[in-house]
Design a protein around this ligand. Structure first.
Ligand code: ATP
Length: 248
């Protein structure tokens, strides 16, 4: 994978089935090593955009009907998740979907699948990185994932994605349903992952958290980009303060 690749979403249209248009002419860029936030109300199309990048759209009966998704020189639209993972792009799905019946260790091992045989040293390096970021997981390697707390499951879901050594991490609402302290912890972890050189595309309902982490942000409004700009500027606009930061 190209360490210096940027993600370019260009005039993207996505539809579910024949009738339901979920994204219309959406363009967005994540520069190498950047953190970009994608905000918007329920149903605005945030998850759909991540699916179009990670190759999981078809699993949800969706399709790109126009436009392009490129990561460096690799065209990602119309591809499958393995192609995205090979290109260095990995999604952490919403709702901390870990394999509840499998142990922490087994969940992490599943994270490198699709990459083919990797040198044991490479796998060990990825695992060490995960355990350094999440010491709680290191203490619970044999525990069934379903018995972890919500916050720990989110950490495991992120850890599993990191096992594939992504250059670009797609995070879908990592703070959803977590207690404020855990939200702070997740924000710290995202900062750390990014400081280690991984770019992040962060979908959040928690606009305050997302804008504090991001360099740049986009607001989706019913399938289209409404506002976009530097995160600190967006955080000062009236519309964002009123609609997404809960200020009056
Ligand atoms: P949320 O925060 O609720 O996940 P979102 O911004 O991520 O919202 P999407 O989940 O991308 O929004 O949904 C965008 C639109 O596409 C919505 O109208 C939704 O109902 C529709 N949609 C999403 N998934 C499917 C699907 N598998 N089949 C049909 N329609 C879908």
């Amino acid at each position: 994978p190209d360490g210096e690749a940027a993600l370019h979403v260009e005039s993207l249209d996505v539809a579910y089935g024949r009738a339901l248009s979920a994204l219309r002419s959406v363009s967005l860029t994540v520069p190498p090593g950047g953190v970009v936030a994608l905000l918007g109300a329920n149903g605005a199309g945030k998850t759909t955009l991540l699916r179009a990048v990670s190759g999981t759209l078809r699993l949800h009966r969706g399709a790109v009907t126009a436009g392009r998704v490129r990561y460096g020189d690799t065209v990602l639209d119309g591809q499958d998740p393995v192609a995205a993972v090979r290109a260095g792009v990995v999604q952490v799905p919403e709702g901390r979907r870990v394999f509840a019946g499998l142990s922490v260790e087994e969940n992490l091992r599943a994270g490198g699948l699709g990459l083919g045989r990797r040198a044991p040293a490479q796998v060990k390096e990825a695992r060490d990185r995960v355990f350094t970021l999440f010491p709680r997981l290191a203490e619970r390697t044999r525990q069934a994932a379903g018995l972890l707390s919500g916050g720990e499951q989110q950490m495991l879901a992120i850890g599993r994605a990191l096992m594939a050594a992504p250059r670009l991490l797609l995070l879908d609402e990592p703070s959803l349903g977590l207690a404020p302290r855990m939200v702070d912890r997740i924000a710290e972890v995202i900062r750390e992952i990014n400081a280690q050189g991984t770019a992040v595309l962060l979908v959040e309902q928690n606009a305050g958290m997302a804008l504090s982490l991001a360099d740049h942000a986009y607001v989706l409004e019913v399938g289209e980009v409404g506002l976009s700009g530097p995160a600190d500027e967006l955080a000062r606009t009236d519309a964002v303060r009123r609609l997404y930061l809960g200020e009056t």
